[in-house]
Write a protein that binds this ligand. Sequence first.
Ligand code: CP3
Length: 324
Amino acid sequence: MRQAGRALPEYRAIRGHGSILDAIADPDRATEITIQPVRRYGVDAAILYSDIVVPVHAVGFGVTIEPGVGPVVERPFTSRADLDRLPPLDADAHTPYVVETVRRLVRELDVPLIGFAGAPFTVASYLIEGGPSKTLGRTKALMLEDPALWADLLDRLADLAIASLRSQVDNGASAIQLFDSWVGTLSPPDYIRSVMPASSKVLAAVADLGVPRIHFGVGTGELLVPMAEAGADVMGIDWRVPIDIARARLGAGIAVQGNLDPAVCLADWSVVADAVRDVLDRNAGRAGHVFNLGHGVTPDIDPGILERIVELVHAEGRADRADA
Ligand code: CP3
């Protein structure tokens, strides 16, 4: 569950008031924060405490993360000259704290560690918009007006993601997740023409590492097939497409991750339990289902509900599998 730790009092206690980038740059805190949700909920994997903007921040593009807002860029990307602010990432030199956190986690965890990176489109959207945007208007304008510059930008961002992911796996991460959170704002033709080449490059460049590659986006019901074709072993699905329909679109031979609506977690337990069972029933005991929320945990979700969801999935999901 992404950002599972956010709802925890023990997270707030050690997170500190500064930028999240400071907490990420401190291996003591980042290691402890990564482990907290595993300890509290008994989930089957941990996701590294970092952020999708860490590589662009580390190479000096000029990105901060404002609490309650998200990534903010001082001088947004507008022209070819801005490519100079995206040099290649040397993970050991630029992000030694991530390397150290991954190494410590691999020693300390008894569940697999999932490493991750932002996909080129979603990271580009932050660099171009400068902050959160509902429409991604500037991003799409650049993509359509200047395809050559767009392709070069996405290629730089693909290289940053590749360097970061390879380093995380080299240091012991057991799986990787590519987050293309906002790509669901695109039509399939625009995705295939303008985004898929860069995402395919990232996924192909980590294929030799032999770890599962999870590919995730929000609102991507119409993009599931091309996103899978970009090279995923596991497709993340939000809650807008029921898991049985997503499976029908994807065909056999690919695993799925999802797909409980995080907002459901704010309802009474009986409602939550029915929604969890509905996801499990729709999966119908098929192998290759990573039960998860369809998107991140919001800070208003009661940790007690998340604890009960994990218990229920372990009890019923595993029983299902044994029967299958
Ligand atoms: O799940 C985890 O806690 C692991 C670490 C993680 C974070 N960000 C830490 C974080 C991961 C996997 C991410 C990925 C990320 N970051 C994505 C892709 C996944 C998704 O949710 O779609 C995106 C789009 C971002 C960019 C970003 N960073 C946003 C939109 C925000 C939220 C701003 C807010 O406060 O609402 C952040 C900040 C952030 N990154 C938090 C955490 C735990 C919020 C809490 C804090 O600042 O302490």
